[in-house]
Write a protein that binds this ligand. Structure first.
Ligand code: ATP
Length: 223
């Protein structure tokens, strides 16, 4: 079965931690495509200071380096703008339902999230429906553990698997926990560096740095 991954985030801005994780997940899970999907209006955090259009443009540059094509796939990575084309808060369950509607039942969808998100999954809109549309792949993060009690723990039982190859045998319904390299980089740190005039070279692709400077993003007054 064709398999498609979704890696969501604010990407404010995109950095090598996001990109490296997306590449590793794609290889490890054997995904045909990995969609990096900026959240236009994230429901669970302060709204980003930089517009969704700028964040998407930076993501496209990060994937391609120079050009900014609308539907470019490079190394299996793709910048997916569907949450920018919707009004209101960017609820993941709505995105997955829309994707499932478009793709039909013969494609496996893998929603990739961090362990910090799994632990708080019960705060997401219609969270129990997420696995109706997709598998969930959880990136293990130091300091975070699979919940053993509470609503998410109960829901996990029966869905949990440790076999990546199982994901391509059904379109949705399973939860896999996967260990991967987590580079010690955060967008928060990058915004701080930029606001205080410090370098972000090698943390963010060069084309993205150029875009940030050309557009005057993340200066003190914009953060
Ligand atoms: P911020 O510092 O603004 O909270 P962030 O760097 O955590 O941002 P997000 O855009 O919020 O980035 O994260 C998108 C996704 O990328 C999330 O699933 C998050 O767990 C993951 N992620 C963030 N930083 C890293 C990293 N260094 N390595 C791997 N994954 C990361």
């Amino acid at each position: 079965m064709k398999t498609l991954g979704i890696f969501g985030g604010t990407f404010d801005p995109v950095h090598i931690g996001h990109l490296r994780t997306a590449v590793e997940l794609r290889e490890h899970l054997g995904l045909d495509e990995m969609h990096l999907m900026p959240s236009a209006r994230p429901p669970h955090r302060e709204q980003p200071g930089v517009s969704a259009e700028h964040r998407l443009a930076m993501l496209r540059l990060a994937i391609d380096g120079e050009k900014q094509c609308d539907s470019l796939i490079r190394d299996g990575l793709l910048a997916d703008d569907r949450e920018l084309r919707r009004e209101g808060l960017s609820y993941t369950v709505e995105t997955l339902a829309q994707l499932r509607d478009e793709l039909g039942g013969e494609v496996a969808l893998c929603l990739c999230i961090g362990m910090d998100s799994l632990v708080n999954l019960h705060t997401w809109q219609r969270w129990q429906e997420l696995t109706d549309y997709a598998h969930i792949v959880v990136a293990a993060r130091p300091g975070w553990h699979v919940p053993e009690t509470g609503p998410v723990a109960q829901w996990l039982a029966g869905r949990y698997t440790d076999a990546p190859q199982l994901l391509s045998t059904s379109p949705s319904g399973r939860v896999l926990v996967d260990a991967m390299t987590l580079l010690p980089v955060s967008a928060t740190q990058i915004r701080e560096n930029l606001a205080t005039g410090h370098s972000v070279r090698y943390l963010v692709p060069d084309a993205v740095i150029e875009y940030i400077h050309q557009n005057g993003l993340y200066k003190q007054e914009n953060t």
